[in-house]
Write a protein that binds this ligand. Structure first.
Ligand code: FE2
Ligand code: FE2
Length: 337
């Protein structure tokens, strides 16, 4: 659901991958380049440069990790949702995020990395996930704002991924984007209802917007000038729109929505620029962003510990499923004999 441009390096694993193909691979490389240049799709059985494969595994697994870690801050509110209707909607949304994780882990598995390897990367703290989930959800309004702004930013980021050059990733994103659209709308609608309520409820919405706005702008990743990997991602047809362009689209789309909602976006420099035909906006605190990416945000440790515990607590389910599958298999073999 959520991206931060997905080109943040994971912690080093001690291996190096050559960026240039060997001479023997030159013909295969040429065929790959031709297909990429023609805007064609690369499928799992196709030859691909190791650096392309590695970039995709890192990006798709970071994306998958973001989906399942993203279940945690909102999952905390399922038991405290203000009505049965809101609880049902929130359960459906959180389940969707789990499903997104599954599509994405499956897409990454087609590149030769097992789910166990990817989860080990996440649980050991080596692999990254979107830094947005390392902030707390303090009130019910946070759940609405996450839907409106965080899922809204995710849609901006993910629609271009439906045209990603790697087939399984692109196809997974088509369904994910449809579900993200529901996530964005349910959040915005919940906020619209709160804004017709008491002064206290309105203040709660404004407070949540104030706390999440800048973090959502940072979700698009560092400025283009500081994103050296972006050009290669663009060349490979993995990344279609630059971080700054996506961020600008998000700002332009969100300003009128904030007006309808009746909240103020917390940026004194936010104003329409007639010449550019876009909104100008203020400076993002990248120090805070990198601190959080590197493990020092307010909830990093809590999120990771909760995720590891959930995985360990689910061991009996995996064991039972495997035992059942083995029993089925031996029964089938006996019948076939
Ligand atoms: Fe999602
Ligand atoms: Fe979502």
């Amino acid at each position: 659901m959520y991206t931060q441009s997905f080109n943040v390096p994971d912690a080093p694993d001690g291996k190096t991958v050559p960026l240039a193909p060997s001479k023997e691979d030159a013909a295969l490389q040429a065929a790959f380049d031709t297909r990429i240049d023609a805007d064609g799709r690369i499928e799992p059985q196709d030859w691909m440069p190791e650096a392309y494969r590695k970039t995709l595994v890192r990006q798709i697994s970071q994306h998958a990790h973001s989906e399942i870690v993203g279940m945690l801050p909102e999952g905390n509110w399922i038991s405290r949702a203000p009505s049965l209707k809101r609880k049902a909607i929130l359960i459906a949304k959180v389940q969707d995020e789990g499903g997104h994780g599954l599509y994405l882990y499956s897409a990454a598995e087609t590149l030769g990395t097992s789910r166990d390897q990817m989860l080990e990367g996440l649980h050991s703290g080596r692999a990254k996930y979107s830094s947005i989930f390392n902030y707390p959800t303090l009130t019910w309004a946070d759940v609405g704002v996450i839907g409106w702004l965080v899922d809204g930013a995710a849609i901006m980021n993910q629609i271009p991924l439906c045209r990603c050059s790697y087939g399984p990733y692109a196809r997974a994103m088509v369904r994910v984007c449809k579900e993200e659209s529901f996530h964005q709308r349910q959040g915005y609608e919940a906020l619209l209802v709160m804004m017709t309520g008491t002064e206290e409820q309105k203040a709660m919405v404004q407070d949540a917007v104030d706390r999440w706005w800048w973090k959502c702008l940072a979700m698009f990743g560092p400025p283009d000038a500081d994103s050296p990997n972006s050009a290669q991602g663009m060349r490979w047809g993995i990344k279609r729109v630059s971080n700054d362009d996506l961020r600008q689209k998000f700002v332009d789309a969100t300003v009128p929505q904030a007006k309808v909602l009746g909240v103020t976006l917390p940026d004194p420099d936010l104003k329409w620029n007639e010449e550019r035909q876009h909104h100008d906006y203020g400076r993002i605190d990248w120090n805070e962003f990198w601190e959080t990416v590197n493990g020092n945000g307010p909830c990093n440790k809590e999120r990771l510990a909760t995720r590891v515990k959930a995985h360990n607590d689910g061991q009996w389910v995996r064991d039972a499923a495997l035992a059942h599958a083995r029993k089925q298999q031996s029964r089938n073999m006996k019948e076939a004999a």
